[in-house]
Design a binder for this molecule. Sequence first.
Ligand code: SF4
Ligand code: FES
Length: 378
Amino acid sequence: MSDGPPASLAPPLGLLAELTHRCPLACPYCSNPLALERQGAELSTAAWAGVFAEAADLGVLHVHLSGGEPASRRDLVELTAAAHAAGLYTNLITSGIGTDAVRLARLRDAGLDHVQLSIQDTEAESSDHIAGYPGAFARKQAFAREVTALGLALTINAVVHRANIGRVGAMIETAATLGAGRLEVAHTQYYGWALRNRAALMPTRAQVERAMADVEAARPRHVGRMVIDLVVPDYYARRPKPCLGGWGRRSLNVTPSGRVLPCHAAETIRGLEFWSVRDRHLAEIWAKSPAFEAFRGTGWMREPCRSCSLRELDFGGCRCQALALAGDAAAADPACDLSPHHARMLALAEEASADPGIRYEYRGRGHLRGAPVPIPAG
Ligand code: SF4
Ligand code: FES
């Protein structure tokens, strides 16, 4: 499919270490796969330490300690210490559940540099409902205060969708009050479990436009104190994002059991061959793994991407989204209005966002709780 990696292949900058798929929350927008990896299949402490050392040798600068909920790993302090000892900048991506003040202090002392805390909403009832976890809101607020009290850098991550997108302005003020240096407002990406809840999560175009205006209006008030990043939704876009900066160009993911993926959802693409850190050195995987080579560069592209002047800028968008919506991972991302599937993608969004009475499906719990997601005004 590909012309193969260029001779001048640059090293990846970031490593997403999916330490575990275990998680106490049940967010309906979870982008982890439908079939989660079992605890018994997870890499050991020593194996992860080896991965971090190999990543640093390869040129990786940042490691994102992620999950699931990484705090579900009892050895999180040891893992953080190993990543720090390898010379990596360490970022903990967490729900804030499962880490008390004592453990957080141990993480800092082990070399943790940065914490990225997810919030589900700015109101307790809605927040706990979305997380599928009573008390999550209060715990997260307390956790954020503990992070800043310890002098750790804090980013707040808010995944927005139909039920909470109307409170983007309040999210910005909440993040500022909690002392975050950065806020990421990210529209739901419909991969993994989230795709199952697409009808309940999809906002209307009017909601999206209002939220984008709220972010623009708030930015000047926070200049110099908090950076606000906005990830806009693909379903209402005209051009796709260069997913992860291009397939196999900047980052890699290691799953809990050690398989190395070019992106979070790559395993949805049938026929790709993924290599494991259990069998091979990370540098060899980065350079030669068939999964990384499959969509590197532009040689795999078809029309309209192949002759498009933007192909080196967006790399044809997202391969996983192309598969999910066009049925072909080598097609142009349907977020692009040059794709023959673009109109259907927009129609899907409009149809889904108007769908009344849909309840969230929680992983492992069915449609157990909560009220239907409200139909937004406007
Ligand atoms: Fe990007 Fe392909 Fe669309 Fe051109 S045709 S803008 S390369 S997705
Ligand atoms: Fe796989 Fe975008 S999530 S390429």
